[in-house]
Design a protein around this ligand. Structure first.
Ligand SMILES: C[S@@+](CC[C@H](N)C(=O)[O-])C[C@H]1O[C@@H](n2cnc3c(N)ncnc32)[C@H](O)[C@@H]1O
Length: 167
């Protein structure tokens, strides 16, 4: 079995990873920032294994068992905003089709019975608006009683193949 079976489709600074260089994972992002920049008092690098666009990935179908997809959530960040630098920004005119294409590519490169984890924060765009763009239902998500202005959720999808019912 191939040793690389986990894909992070837009890794940024890998803030969510316990092991930021997991031996079974491949990290991609549309950009690289190797000069390092200060984030919460420490030097951080945005250093994916490959610079690649999640809307058009160069991997074969069904290459990964687990895909994690956390695209930018915000569309109204200033040009020099720290958040834009670190986590990117949605393009106001195309964000819906960008996310649709990204999700479709994540699904294509996911193996049968593989798991896709989609992470979203509803600061600017509500969950239901984003889920409308995805042609599959999540199995589950984290629930929260958080009454704060924005919430982050993790949605878990599984690529369950459609079986031919003929016997
Ligand atoms: C919210 S951040 C991901 C945060 C990451 N999960 C972490 O733990 O640090 C979103 C990332 O998506 C990247 N991105 C935006 N558009 C992209 C695209 N079309 N293809 C690949 N990466 C993209 C941005 O450069 C940014 O680094």
């Amino acid at each position: 079995m191939n040793d690389i079976f986990i894909l992070d489709a837009c890794c940024s600074v890998k803030a969510m990873w316990y092991n930021k260089n997991h031996p079974n994972a491949l990290y991609i992002d549309i950009r690289k920032e190797q000069s390092g920049f200060l984030g919460h008092g420490r030097k951080e690098e945005l250093n994916p294994d490959y610079i690649m666009d999640f809307r058009k990935m160069s991997f074969a179908d069904k290459s990964f068992k687990l895909v994690v997809f956390e695209p930018p959530h915000l569309r109204s960040l200033g040009k020099n905003s720290y958040f834009r630098k670190k986590f990117g920004c949605l393009v106001a005119e195309t964000w819906q089709s960008d996310l649709q294409k990204g999700f479709a590519e994540c699904w294509r490169v996911l193996d049968d019975y593989g798991v896709l984890v989609f992470k979203w924060s509803d600061n600017e765009i509500p969950f239901k608006e984003v889920l409308k763009l995805i042609p599959h239902d999540p199995l589950f998500q984290n629930t929260t009683n958080n009454k704060s202005t924005s919430v982050t959720k993790w949605f878990c999808f599984m690529k369950i193949p459609i079986r031919n019912q003929d016997r």
